[in-house]
Design a protein around this ligand. Structure first.
Ligand code: TYM
Length: 351
């Protein structure tokens, strides 16, 4: 098994990233480690399980950005991932810009990806809005780079939130067309990756609007819980979260048409591992005046230890540089064979 996933180092790591993706990364890292140990105990196997997690800094330049901020956000996001439980000794943690094969493979895949496929991407449509002509080419071809990110390493599993599923489906289409067009049936260059979307927290919504996803790019900091927020900030944000005037229902069907209530209950479930029925059994009939402090408490319980580690780690610039350099060296090595095969399949002469 090969697990690969990435995150853009823009803004803060927030609860949506954590529950939708990073928590799954940590879970998969731990499972892979167990698998490797079991294999070793049985006498070893050539097929090691590997997890690769990266800062998608190349993706971050697809929209207007401040170079100095991008550099510090890349290091901060590295610290945040380690604080969440990504262990650089067990997973390969790196940033894209230190592994040129991502950009190289993207160019090779640009010959296979179709304009019509990219035109259908909902993220492109949402971000470009009515001003398509004014967008960078990088924003349009962004999903091809994302395909290169996972195909380069023969990823089998890609843990992501719901919003990235369409990009992963595109990666599969690109891989399939490339294999069909340029490879013999018994020697495909690329593995088709499987998106892994958590059923319970695939889409965490904004605290200010239950119909918009929680996002780093929302101008209001009150719309999200950052993993760097302290207990007071978390309690304040939960208290101010938008709700409706009704008490919580006793059954899940009663959450229909109440997006803000649904979101808060969903967050509570994802944090505690309880089902919606359990939570409504406990809080049904009660107002948000009772539910919000309870939610705030479980949030603080999850976020505080992460924040404490994050603050320590982000102060150690040298350690972060070392983590990224080591991760990049390992990623470069793992990606080279596939990149070589892709060049060869296309008939490109490299001496
Ligand atoms: P990004 O940086 O927007 O988000 C990182 C991860 O967090 C998930 N996520 C959410 N999940 C649930 N609820 C939310 N509100 C929420 N907001 C974000 C995302 O689904 C994602 O898994 N294009 C990607 C980065 C990327 C990538 C890749 C991912 C680049 N190359 C290759 C996987 C494989 C992005 O911008 O994610």
């Amino acid at each position: 098994m090969r697990v690969v996933s990435g995150i853009q180092p823009t803004g803060n790591l927030h609860l949506g990233n954590y529950l939708g993706a990073i928590r799954n990364w940590v879970r998969m890292q731990d499972e892979m480690e167990e698998g490797n140990r079991a294999q070793a105990a049985e006498g070893g196997s050539a097929d090691r399980n590997d997890c690769l997690f990266f800062l998608a800094d190349l993706h971050a330049i697809s929209q207007p950005h401040n170079p100095a901020e991008l550099a510090s956000a890349t290091l901060e996001m590295t610290a945040a991932l380690v604080a969440c439980g990504i262990d650089p000794n067990r997973s390969i943690l790196f940033n894209q810009a230190q592994v040129p094969a991502h950009a190289e493979l993207q160019w090779l895949l640009n010959g296979t990806a179709r304009m019509g496929w990219l035109n259908r991407m909902t993220q492109w449509k949402d971000k470009a809005g009515k001003n398509r002509e004014g967008q960078s080419v990088a924003l349009f071809t962004y999903p091809v780079l994302q395909a290169a990110d996972v195909l380069l390493y023969q990823a089998t599993h890609v843990p992501v939130g719901e919003d990235q599923k369409q990009h992963l489906e595109l990666a599969r289409d690109i891989a399939q067309k490339f294999n069909n067009d340029f490879c013999s049936e018994d020697a495909p260059v690329f593995t088709l990756p499987e998106p892994i979307v958590p059923p319970e927290a695939a889409r965490i919504m904004s605290l200010r609007d239950g119909s918009a996803k929680m996002s780093k790019s929302d101008p209001s900091d009150m719309s999200r819980i950052n993993l760097s927020d302290d207990a007071d900030e978390i309690m304040k944000k939960v208290k101010k979260a938008k709700t409706d005037p009704e008490p919580l229902p006793s059954e899940a069907a009663g959450l229909e048409g109440r997006p803000e209530a649904l979101n808060l209950v969903g967050i509570y479930c994802a944090l505690t591992g309880k089902t919606t029925d359990d939570v409504l059994g406990e809080f049904g009939g009660q107002g948000f005046g009772v539910f919000k402090p309870a939610l705030g408490e479980v949030l603080v319980e999850t976020v505080s230890p992460i924040t404490a580690r994050f603050r320590e780690l982000k102060a150690d610039r040298e350690a972060l540089d070392t983590i990224l350099a080591r991760g990049a060296a390992r990623a470069r090595e793992l990606g080279l064979p596939t990149l070589g095969k892709a060049y060869k399949a296309l008939g490109l002469v490299r001496g």
